[in-house]
Write a protein that binds this ligand. Structure first.
Ligand code: ASP
Ligand code: MG
Length: 410
């Protein structure tokens, strides 16, 4: 069972989590609970590390110490929940990442889990003890506390489920995975089931319900995954939530399962590039060397002979650095002008049914054209189509696509 920050935001909510855990134990289950920090806590801790850097200019907190600070939020909630369970007369103890251990690489702030030896934890659980585990944190190969990137408690939970051989229930402040963001489209429907692959695309394309890596891990380790609401009392029907599973285990076949959006993009345009082999390689090597992730790319011929234009998107927080790197290599790359546009949004439709159906792109482009939404860049994969549009039209586009694929009538 994994509980996110809003589910453990105060003692009253922690008590409710305690009741949900107790109900599972009473049903005869062996339970490990992974908790996030209280809502807002991690942001506050991150701000403290920024402040420490500002107080000592030129002496920014090192990544290791950043992790030492931001991992602390989960230590508090793990201890508080274990205490709560004990007060309820249950046998429980807290576990920090290093105690299990959850072994990670050395990429502090965004570490990947290398291994979770499940023996010690499994043995403790076999005695009937409830394991309450601090999410988000592990211990690096060099013995330092490491964190798994924002939203990383989801990944902790899947890793624990894989290590002790269980299913993973993600309890959160929504009651499942929706066809789109219900704050934008009130007709959004809860999906009873969604495939790992679709969930992976949805998470990486902007749906915030699960950390992308947690879905990747669940898919690789075949961990049965479910998203459900923590805002219920045991006994009250919690609903089935959304089950994330293999494509073969989904009966109703849909062509499109969801519409996702992200406003975290920036578009970079390079004009007047020489039209010859190796130019793209130079541009994208520079960005790769700086660890900047590029998403959509289009190249087109410029009006003048022998020249080309290139447009691509990067994460908005990488935009300034990208411009700096491009301008620094201006003569080497040989472009004439550069423009950056941060007022863009990426809207995507996702569905495994696309693999075997024609006309999915036509439906998308027609729906957008009818609303006068201009498409700046398009990218596709086997199971998704993404378009980059003016950020101003995000809501309009999401609603138009949601109804164009009949998702309001599921
Ligand atoms: N507390 C961490 C965060 O806010 C990890 C998590 O909640 O999953 O990113
Ligand atoms: Mg989360």
């Amino acid at each position: 069972m994994k509980f996110g920050g809003t589910s453990v935001a105060d003692m009253e909510r922690i008590a409710r989590v305690g009741r949900l855990v107790a109900a599972e134990v009473a049903a005869g289950k062996r339970v490990a609970v992974v908790v996030s920090a209280m809502a807002g806590k991690t942001n506050e801790l991150v701000a403290w590390t920024d402040a420490a850097g500002a107080a000592a200019p030129g002496l920014a907190p090192s990544d290791e110490e950043y992790d030492a600070v931001v991992a602390s939020g989960e230590q508090v909630t793990a201890g508080l929940l274990a205490m709560t369970l004990r007060h309820m007369g249950l046998n429980a103890r807290s576990w920090m990442g290093w105690q299990i251990p959850i072994i990670t690489d050395d990429a502090h702030g965004r570490a990947r889990i290398d291994d979770v030896p499940g023996e010690k934890l499994g043995a403790a659980m076999d005695t009937g003890e409830i394991a309450v585990i601090a999410g988000f944190q592990g211990v690096s190969r060099s013995g330092r506390i490491a964190t798994l990137g924002r939203g990383g408690s989801d990944t902790s939970a899947v890793a624990i489920a894989a290590a002790v051989g269980g299913q993973c229930d993600i309890y959160t402040d929504v009651d499942g995975v929706y066809t789109t963001d219900p704050r934008i489209e009130s007709k959004a429907r809860k999906l009873a089931r969604v495939s790992y692959e679709e969930m992976l695309e949805m998470a990486s394309l902007g749906a915030k319900v699960l950390q992308t890596r947690s879905v990747e891990l669940a898919m690789a380790q075949r961990v049965p995954l479910r998203v459900l609401s923590s805002f219920v009392e045991p006994g009250e029907a919690p609903g089935q939530g959304t089950i994330v599973c293999d494509e073969e285990d989904i009966m109703e076949k849909r062509i499109v399962s969801g519409v996702a959006y992200s406003r975290d993009e920036a578009k970079i345009s390079l004009f007047g590039l020489p039209d010859r082999a190796g130019v793209s390689a130079t541009i994208f090597s520079k960005l790769a060397d700086a660890n900047i992730n590029v998403d959509m790319i289009v190249q087109s011929h410029a009006r003048s002979e022998g020249a080309a234009n290139m447009e691509f998107t990067v994460g908005r927080r990488d935009a300034a650095r990208t411009v700096e790197i491009m301008n620094g290599a201006k003569s080497e790359i040989g472009f004439a002008d550069l423009a950056v546009n941060e007022d863009v949004a990426k809207v995507s439709v996702i569905g495994v049914g696309m693999r075997s159906h024609a006309g999915v792109a036509k439906t998308m482009f027609t729906a957008l054209a009818e609303r006068g939404v201009n498409i700046q860049v398009i990218s596709t994969s086997e199971i998704k189509i993404s378009v980059l549009i003016d950020a101003e039209y995000t809501e309009l586009a999401v609603r138009a696509l949601h109804s164009a694929y009949g998702l309001d009538k599921l």
